[in-house]
Design a protein. Sequence first.
Length: 220
Amino acid sequence: MPFEIANDQEIDYRELVRTAYNRCAMDYARQRRTTAEAELYLVTERLAPNSKILDVGCGAGIPVARHLARMFSLTGIDISSNMIALAKENVPTAKFAIADAMETEFPACSFDAIVSFYAIFHIPRQEHLNLFRRFAHWLRPGGLLLFTVARKDDGPGYTEDDFCGGTMYWSNFGPSTYKKFLTETGFQIEQEGIVGGGFGSVDAPEEVHPFFFAVKREGL
């Protein structure tokens, strides 16, 4: 079966994600679009040059980190060492680190904006509320948050056995739950919509993902 419920206590699903992206880093990077998602303007139009941005799940740095690093001070983190190695080559003006978003630490108010495309759904969903608490801590008051989630409604985590030749793990809530998480953690939702799947050279129907654009409320 291509999809299986991810409920095996013997499997470290976080390590499965790391291994999968390390294995397919080069092929995955080749399949990414060469132009950044248009929705990035929601962030870029509101920031002064050299503002500090964190890209969570930056992958090989193409196209999002590369686009943002042209005008801003960009830091990218990713769980895959092979992806980070590619990102350092592709975007030499940015800072990159091998890091798990649920384990790394940044001082409070370190960033003016955080972006995360096609990454949050690889983190176990029971950790997602805490992830948004981390985002709120890392952002300055009035800081910007732009991220995508999976289109699927609430359901158990699952694995896919044909992701770029390997097995990948996915876990998510439905969009309505993320609205609640944003409100709980001090964000005001400014816009929501749909973006493509980020692939530019795959002979398959175009994926779509919900996105949210939110602002950290002042005084928090």
